[in-house]
Structure formats: structure tokens, C-alpha cells
Design a protein around this ligand. Sequence first.
Ligand SMILES: [Ca+2]
Ligand SMILES: [Ca+2]
Length: 304
Amino acid sequence: MRTLAAAFLGLLAAQPAAAETMTISQGGAKAVTENLSRCGGRPVRMGEIVAGGKTIRVPAETALMTGPRGTDLFNRCTGVTPRNISQVDIDRVPVTDVDADGEVISGLIFADNYFELFVNGKLVAVDPNAFTPFNSVVVRFRAKRPVTYAFRLVDWEENLGLGTEAGRGSRFHPGDGGLAASFSDGTRTDESWKARAYYIAPIADRRTAEKLADRNSAAIDWRRQRCGRDCFAVHFDVPAGWMSPAFDDSGWRAATVFTNETVGVRGKPSYTNFEDQFIGSGAKFIWSRSLVLDNHVLVRKTVP
Ligand SMILES: [Ca+2]
Ligand SMILES: [Ca+2]
């Protein structure tokens, strides 16, 4: 006869490895912070919405206020505006110790709108500008191979809980995202990364929201999600330890690559001043399946 504890453990083992409950919410979230923007641009606020018996943080639970700020590669807010890479002294960027016996790796990161970079499970940098103006970051860290790169990515939102912002003649225009990163160990963002969406909005009706259990947001025409304060949103629980080297991402899909034209890099010198280091070196824009509807996205890659 099995003991109660054994039966309980058996029950736990029977759960799928990634039990990420889907929750559907409708309507806007309540702001729970002031505007956290440091230099104007769109307001950076976090919100909470209650749905499915849970209180869900939007656009995502982040370390924006507590994490180590990444060093500016280009940031109008701080007056760091190099015209190209020759004006950047990478040797002056502080080195974060991930593994004391590792090698020093540097990297350039452009994320629309917000990123957190974890290396071998350790938070190395958070994006100092969570929304706008568009900025870019340079990182250095000491890490031992194999190196697991993991980014939390957020397409920030002005209308909390709705996945929209004012723009293009609408108060409820859905924004889009995109990540490009290039590291000195040869790692580049491309289709070899894994990606998964955890917050999908705006969705115009509940039936469409329910279909998103498979997270196939690419099958939904974002132009037809015409809704305002009554939009639906789909949330998935983020698994503990998603950034750690040991995490099993075999169930995640390959990242989707988007062209620079689709992401819209023109007029964004925080990217274009380093175009040779980004797309010129093979660092492509990646995201999960919908650049527009997926607003909280996790991506990972382990390099030997
Ligand atoms: Ca940013
Ligand atoms: Ca969006």
C-alpha cells in the first residue's frame, strides 16, 4: 500500500511539466504604480486585473524597479547618443559576475519595448526605458559555457490590461514588439531561439480568446480586433525557473523572425546607428508568433 506522501508525489508527477493555466480577462486593469518613466515618452505604469480568481500583473511581472539597470548604448534620456560603434567604449562597461571562472562576453541589445536579460539563470540587466523613447543597451558579463541566454520581453501598453496605446488615429491601437541582440561569443538572435507568449491582447471576443489555448496568435488578424475598453486578454502562468539552464524548453516553439521593415527600425537611431552590429552581423528581430498581439514573451537559447 502506498503511503499518502507517495500518492501525493505520484499526483504531482502526473501533472504535465509545464502546467501553465490560461486565464481570460476582459476590460482594463487598475494601475498600481505611478508613471515610472524617467524622461517622458509614453507613460510606464503597471496594472493589476482580477480574473479567474487570480490577481494578474500587466503587462508583466517585471524587475523594472529593482533589477540592475543595463548600461546605455544609446539613450536620449541620458544624453548617450553615439553615432556608431566606434564612439562606444565597451571596455568601460561594468562586468557582471555570473560564473567566477567564466569568460567575459559583451552584447548589444535593442528591445521594443522592454527586456530583462538572464544569463545562466542570473539577472544581468534590465532595460532602463520600459516604453519609449526607444533605447539600446550594452552588457558585459563573465559566464561559463554552456551559456543559457533568457530574455523576458514586454511590448508595453498605455491602456493597461487591453494591449493597446494611443496612436495612428486611435485611442486603442495595438503596439508591436521585437528583440535584436548580438553577443561577442557569436550568439545572435535568430530562428534557432525558443519563444513563448504569456500575455496576448487585444482580442475582440471571448470565442477568439478561448481559441488561444494553443497560443497560435499568428492565426488571428490583429486588424480585426476592433474593441476599446471591452477588449479581452489571454494570460498564461509563467513557470518558475523559466530562465534557468535546467529548465526544459523542448515544448516551446522556435522563435519567429521578423524583418527590420516589419518591426520598423527607420527613425530609431538606437538601432540604426548599430545596424552593422545587429542585422549586419546576423542578429535578426525575433518574437513569439504575433509581433502585435503577443505582449509578454519569453525567449531562450543555450549555446555550447
Ligand atoms: Ca526599451
Ligand atoms: Ca502589442
